[in-house]
Design a protein around this ligand. Structure first.
Ligand code: SF4
Ligand code: SF4
Length: 372
């Protein structure tokens, strides 16, 4: 069965949904965002079993499945073999729970989630490749694939071992284009060579490219004062050949409106604009910020309850900020939780990090700078 056409290209990523002050998802705002998205021609929604501990799938049900006919949307969700699962049975149970939580009836796209060097063997051990094919045969999945966070060699290996995977979800953005830890360009080339459509995740790198370092903002603003920084990142990803959808994890109505403005109508970056991107890539190469996307996969099993992404955010924003303010911010984010210095170097976080960050060593640096 062919993929349903997706002329808008933009997909609504449900990973960073707007929150109420108590930390719950702001469902009325998600409904408003959904209405704008669908009115503009959007159809592709992307969630996952582990997003917001299941609240993302539940918010999808309230904002989309209970408010729109099934043919108005397509939905993707994902099964993660290690974050909340501990054996074959608990991993496979995620599928049924996702079906119930989303209310979708079936999944247009179903993914084995976040395959990386430290986790991919679990998907074999638990028989999950065959499991998704069985669900497809039952009519509960239209298309199945996997999302991937690792090196080109492993991607080749997986595509050779599983040639019937129908698509691959990759982290692609201009900042990671040649980043050896992410390998956006090389992994995209491999998928194209295997004839696999690509779903792009993190086109704005977890928001980093929407609110970039001052050097980058200056280059982009000089090139086009009317364009948001996020629009450059989105246009870069949407213009790539072989891409079926570009998922933006939008966190408020303003981001939805800005993204819709960027893609309706869509205009790919021209040669002059691509030169601006090359200048920005050079500025990012010279930058020493920690490229953490705040996905929080690392914090779920940290025995010391260290708020790793929040600490990295403090250190990234330290540049140009008075020291007392940085230390105050650090005290706030670590209040009642572990501090950088409480890390026991167990390594759990590093095996979960899709960005391949050397978290233990980075926390040591944070400790030296923030706990003096
Ligand atoms: S290595 Fe440190 S930060 Fe990472 S999970 Fe272990 S204690 Fe937490
Ligand atoms: S350190 Fe890695 S796993 Fe943790 S939030 Fe950042 S990118 Fe995600």
């Amino acid at each position: 069965m062919a993929f349903r056409e997706n002329p808008l290209k933009l997909g609504f990523g449900l990973m960073r949904l707007p929150k109420n002050p108590d930390g719950s998802i702001d469902v009325p705002q998600v409904c408003e965002m959904t209405d704008k998205f669908i009115a503009a021609g959007g159809t592709y929604f992307d969630t996952a079993y582990v997003y917001d501990n299941g609240d993302s799938e539940a918010a999808f049900r309230k904002a989309v499945a209970e408010r729109y006919p099934r043919e108005a949307y397509t939905v993707a969700t994902k099964l993660h073999a290690t974050i909340q699962a501990h054996d074959e049975q608990s991993a496979k149970q995620e599928f049924q729970i996702s079906l119930e939580r989303t209310g979708a009836g079936y999944f247009d796209y179903y993914l084995l989630h976040a395959l990386q060097r430290s986790t991919f063997s679990k998907y074999d051990d638990y028989g999950l490749w065959d499991f998704v094919k069985e669900q497809k045969e039952k009519g509960l999945i239209r298309h199945w694939g996997f999302s991937f966070h690792a090196d080109p060699d492993l991607l080749e290996q997986l595509l050779e071992a599983h040639p019937d995977a129908e698509f691959v979800q990759l982290q692609i953005n201009y900042a990671d284009w040649e980043n050896p830890g992410v390998a956006s360009r090389r992994n995209l080339d491999i998928c194209r060579a295997h004839g696999k459509p690509v779903i792009v995740m993190e086109p704005v790198k977890g928001g980093i490219l929407a609110d970039p370092i001052p050097e980058v903002r200056q280059i982009l603003t000089e090139a086009d004062p009317a364009a948001s920084c996020a629009s450059w990142a989105l246009r870069f990803a949407c213009g790539l050949e072989g891409v079926h959808a570009v998922l933006s994890g939008m966190s408020d109505l303003g981001q939805m409106e800005d993204n819709l403005k960027t893609v309706t109508p869509f205009r790919p970056l021209d040669e002059k604009e691509l030169q601006v991107i090359r200048k920005v890539q050079a500025a990012l190469d010279a930058d020493k910020s920690i490229p953490c996307t705040s996905c929080h996969y690392c914090t779920k099993g940290c025995p010391m309850e260290i708020p790793i992404p929040e600490i990295f955010n403090v250190i990234n924003r330290k540049k140009g900020s008075p020291k007392f303010r940085t230390v105050r911010e650090y005290d706030i984010v670590t209040q009642g939780r572990g501090r950088a210095g409480s890390c026991i170097a167990c390594g759990q976080c590093e095996s979960a990090c899709p960005q391949g960050l050397e978290i233990i060593s980075l926390l040591r640096q944070c400790r030296a700078e923030l706990e003096k």
